[in-house]
Write a protein that binds this ligand. Structure first.
Ligand code: SF4
Ligand code: SF4
Length: 471
């Protein structure tokens, strides 16, 4: 029976409740009165239940759909302003003992297997620092022999220890397989930012078919991973589904139920939601996936997530094209990757043509500098901020500030400070010129006089060679 407070996967992601919600959404997809009521409630910016949000996702009325998009854009502005946080994925190892049918890293895949040594990781991190990155998400396949927790912990230590020129990686988020409370505790002690784990699909029978072999086959163990992470002391967790594996309305509903469960059980919803979609990769054919999501519906998913959980950051990767990313930024995405390589060791060295160790093909192949320039030309402030985690603003402390829309008072000046560092150390001349002008314009938008004064002083200090200021 459905129980958001339960610790059992099949009770907080209750299949009956999801199916009833999907039916309810379908029955009301043209119910203008109900849709208007839900939109009015959403305007209070306190979020929606999974039932309410699923009606908005199903809505077929054109005018109402446009209203949903406009509201998502407004909520995005109110909670996140115009800053966009940047990060890069770092693939440590693609050894994996699981059999996920949609991933080229699956155990029988023909992909070139690689696992980086600590020396190789060092080279990758230097290459990432030289691009200007400050925030990474490390990724690794599941393999207790090749990639045990000790390897991940050692790699974290290596990454945090490298200080090359003015570079530093200040926050490492971790995306590794579901593990034990004990291991989550070790990750917490190693100073990770967010623990990220995608559910892939919440539909149990499909989940089991898509994960026929390996430890990941265990649906309950995977679905309850965030509970164990929280029990291990990690209070920032990132969830997501791989859209395209199952009916997207089902997945959307279940993902919001997962968020409600974390809130009900631990008092903190997810820190981030990622929205990956099935993409082309070695040995993977998108046309095999009948639930593949088209661009229009994908936009609607993003807008409805933004409305349903305004305080949860939303992440989009370079799996998406420049055009698609542009639209999604308006509708709710607050974090993007830039200049990404999805192969193991791909930042320090180009991979030979006949070798392919990438998890998926990058669609947006622009350099980080090009991504920054593009963002600034649209009047977004690219941000390399990592302040919250370093100031201990995590878990419920963070959510509290976010729900009161006060985090923006930190995000905006921090975005300007970290952008300034980028412009001084890594930007191409044209990007630097655009960035300096943007900073000048944005300083005046800081409402608090004292904050504005400190910001100006610290920007000056950055020009004079000092680094790492934060609010
Ligand atoms: S999705 Fe993850 S667990 Fe599955 S095969 Fe790929 S790397 Fe391994
Ligand atoms: S201040 Fe906190 S929430 Fe805002 S960008 Fe920085 S780390 Fe993220």
């Amino acid at each position: 029976m459905y129980n958001p407070k339960s610790s059992k996967a099949e009770e907080f992601i209750d299949n009956e409740e999801i199916l009833e919600t999907v039916k309810y959404a379908n029955e009301n997809k043209n119910n203008k009165e109900l849709i208007s009521e839900i939109i009015e409630k959403a305007k209070l910016k306190k979020g929606l239940t999974h039932r309410e949000a699923s009606v908005l996702l199903a809505c077929e009325d054109k005018e109402k759909t446009e209203e949903i998009f406009r509201l998502a854009e407004q909520i995005k502005k109110d909670f996140y302003g115009n800053r966009i946080v940047l990060f890069a994925p770092l693939y440590l190892s693609n050894y994996c003992i699981n059999g996920c049918t949609y991933c080229p890293y699956h155990k029988d895949g023909s992909i070139a297997r690689k696992k980086m040594t600590q020396e190789e990781i060092k080279k990758e991190v230097i290459a990432l620092q030289d691009m200007g990155h400050k925030r990474l998400a490390i990724e690794s396949g599941e393999d207790p022999v090749n990639n045990p927790i000790e390897y991940i912990l050692e790699s974290l230590k290596t990454i945090y220890s490298i200080k090359h020129k003015n570079g530093a990686i200040r926050r490492v988020n971790v995306n590794i397989a579901a593990t034990t409370v004990e291991n989550y505790r070790k990750l917490k002690e190693a100073g990770i930012g967010t623990y990220i784990l995608f559910q892939e699909t919440y539909k149990k029978d499909s989940y089991e078919k898509l994960h026929p072999t390996g430890p990941k086959h265990n649906y309950a163990y995977h679905t309850e991973a965030m509970d164990r992470a929280m029990e291990g002391g990690i209070d920032d967790v990132g969830i997501g589904v791989l859209f395209g594996l199952e009916d997207p309305v089902y997945e959307f509903t279940a993902m919001l139920m997962h968020a409600e469960h974390l809130e009900a059980r631990f008092g903190v919803g997810p820190h981030t939601i990622s929205v990956p979609r099935i993409r082309k990769a070695e040995g993977i054919d998108v046309s095999d996936f009948v639930h593949a999501v088209d661009d229009e519906f994908f936009k609607k998913i993003v807008a409805c997530i933004r409305i349903a959980v305004p305080y949860t950051g939303m992440i989009i990767s370079t799996r998406e094209s420049k055009k698609c990313r542009e639209e999604l930024l308006h509708l709710g995405v607050s974090q993007i990757s830039g200049g990404s390589k999805t192969s193991v060791g791909g930042y320090a060295e180009e991979e030979p043509e006949d070798e392919n160790s990438a998890q998926f093909d990058v669609v947006d192949t622009r350099t980080l500098d090009e991504v920054l320039k593009w963002l600034m030309e649209m009047n977004y402030v690219p941000s390399f901020c990592t302040a919250c985690y370093r100031e201990g603003r995590t878990g419920d402390r963070f959510m509290e500030l976010c729900k009161r829309q006060q985090i923006l008072n930190c995000c905006h000046p921090n975005a300007l400070l970290t952008l300034k560092e980028y412009l001084e150390d890594y930007a191409k001349p044209e990007t630097k010129e655009i960035g300096e002008k943007l900073i000048e314009r944005e300083i005046d938008k800081v409402p608090n006089e004292k904050t504005r004064g400190i910001l100006k002083t610290n920007l000056e200090k950055i020009s004079n060679g000092e680094r790492d200021f934060r609010f």
